[in-house]
Write a protein that binds this ligand. Structure first.
Ligand code: AQP
Length: 334
């Protein structure tokens, strides 16, 4: 049987090239070799305040971008998290098997909580909802960027704990698929190369979104910070800004980091940035064109309705099985 793949993306902002290279591009590759479930995780986005109209629109836009980036709804199941209530139900059951100490160790929680005055309990328990998303589908592999590694380890720990408790496999123990940093696993912010490029970043100059117009992309790359010196070579520690731009160049062009270093020996940052901007524009051009086509009313809504139909029975089966194991009384007709 083909392996099963699950991954999700939050509609918490306009998707960035970090989301694309770290996650979406691998989703496209995996759809030909696995049974794939790709979810717009709108419940996760609620862990921080969202404008309702924007959340609604972004949920549709993330689904459109899935397809625009090359995910084929005839090969992979694309759906919205809140359309399958089993995610919320499973999350509660797993919260009751997860320790507060485990959640306190999550670095993403610590980072996000440190930036806010008010922290919701949803932000704290977010990794449990993510575990529920993954475990409901008996997932073999989860393609994610490096920032999600710790959450995935927690999902594995929860699955192992539940399986051990009942001495049988209630959940498959999922494996992560995380590209190395130089292959897109962690694209950094253009204004602060020590920080991850995040779609919810406060300063839009530091991120390139998949829907940025060409001139905006050119401007953002032109004003990207660089390191001292004018040589172009990959050195994450001493030249984090240029190393990040080289990774983006490599991912857009297919050239290795060594080839790029040789090509730009003695050329300087200005020309390198100009060429990089054109490469990014050309990489995003077909995605943006396809996105426009998918904006016709009803098109993506139909994809999502079909996706829910395929996802829900699988999620329900796992949920029911776990509920029975826990001693929850079933309805007499279920
Ligand atoms: N900078 C990045 N480089 C590589 N991969 C990345 N991902 C996110 N940022 C980068 C990967 O994209 C997928 C979807 O992410 P998510 O929506 O679940 O949330 P996130 O990881 O918190 O992504 P953001 O963009 O940073 O969102 P906000 O700003 O809302 O927190 C994941 O596989 C992630 O690893």
């Amino acid at each position: 049987m083909a392996k099963r793949v699950f991954s999700g993306v939050q509609p918490s902002g306009s998707l960035t090239i970090g989301n694309y290279f770290g996650a979406l591009r691998n989703f496209v590759r995996l759809q030909d070799e696995a049974e794939c479930f790709f979810c717009v995780v709108n419940l996760h986005a609620l862990t921080v305040p969202q404008d309702p109209q924007e959340l609604y629109q972004r949920t549709l836009d993330v689904a459109r971008l899935f397809v625009a980036c090359g995910i084929d709804p005839n090969k992979a199941t694309i759906f919205v998290q809140s359309h399958v209530p089993a995610h919320s139900e499973m999350s509660w059951l797993l919260e009751c098997t997860t320790y507060v100490g485990e959640l306190r160790r999550m670095t993403q929680y610590k980072d996000k909580a440190a930036k806010r005055e008010v922290v919701t309990s949803g932000l704290f328990t977010y990794p449990v909802l993510m575990a529920a998303d993954i475990l409901l589908y008996q997932t073999d592999e989860v393609p994610v960027g490096e920032d999600q590694k710790q959450h995935l380890e927690l999902a594995r720990d929860i699955a192992i704990r539940v399986n051990n408790r009942f001495d049988e496999q209630i959940f498959k123990v999922p494996e992560p698929y995380i590209p190395p940093k130089a292959a897109g696993g962690r694209i950094m912010n253009l204004q602060n190369p020590l920080e991850k490029m995040s779609k919810s970043a406060e300063n839009p100059k530091g991120i390139i979104t998949l829907l940025d117009p060409p001139d905006v992309i050119r401007q953002k790359i032109r004003s990207a910070v660089t390191d001292s010196g004018r040589e172009i070579y990959y050195d994450e520690e001493n030249k984090p800004a240029i190393s990040n731009l080289m990774v983006i160049y490599s991912l857009c062009s297919g050239k290795s980091l060594d080839e790029i270093r040789d090509e730009y020996a003695g050329v300087g940052y200005g020309q390198f940035k100009k060429d990089l901007a054109e490469l990014v524009v050309e990489t995003l051009r077909p995605i943006q064109a396809r996105f426009e086509e998918l904006s016709r009313p009803g098109v993506i809504e139909e994809v999502l309705a079909q996706g829910k139909k395929k996802a829900e029975p699988i999620a329900q089966e796992t949920l029911k099985r776990f509920q029975r194991k826990l001693g929850l009384l079933p309805l007499c007709d279920s």
